[in-house]
Design a protein around this ligand. Sequence first.
Ligand code: S3P
Length: 174
Amino acid sequence: MNDDRRPIALIGLMGAGKSVVAERLGQRLRAPVADLDALIERESGSPISELFAREGEEAFRRREAEMLERVLTAGIPVIACGGGLVIEPAPRDRLRRDCRVVWLEVSPGEAARRIEATRGRRPMLGNGEVRSRLGELLREREALYAEAAELRVTTDRRTPDEVVDAVLAELRRA
Ligand code: S3P
């Protein structure tokens, strides 16, 4: 299934479904899953919105790059990355080199619908209109997602299980 021994890392915009797809991918592969955001929250004892408010974005980027290192060292086979992990060159290069990186693509409109209820937990959205902010983040980041990713999988109009099927099919084909 995943003959290549490198871990599968899911990247993409908030609302792409990285966490839920990683969870289900882990179930299908009977493999442990690491969700970097969830691990950072658990370890720090603070929600990400609070970490951003208290320490700022730069400190959060350091935390997530460090968490990626630890998860890779531990050999966890399925990783859900935060949407901004690709911003810094070091984690981006590490992903590209040492993981099978799948970019879960989502349109800003669909992502906005999916995350509407949890926008308060998402400091990068600010207070403006969610869809246009997501469009802006996608424009800023799409070249970085593309650089890190080996594969792309569309998620609009697909259920998480359909996305898992597509991810597994793409991984097998590649
Ligand atoms: C961020 C995405 C979030 C989280 C943090 C910053 C971003 O993760 O890491 O709020 O910069 O896009 P998800 O993509 O899992 O929501």
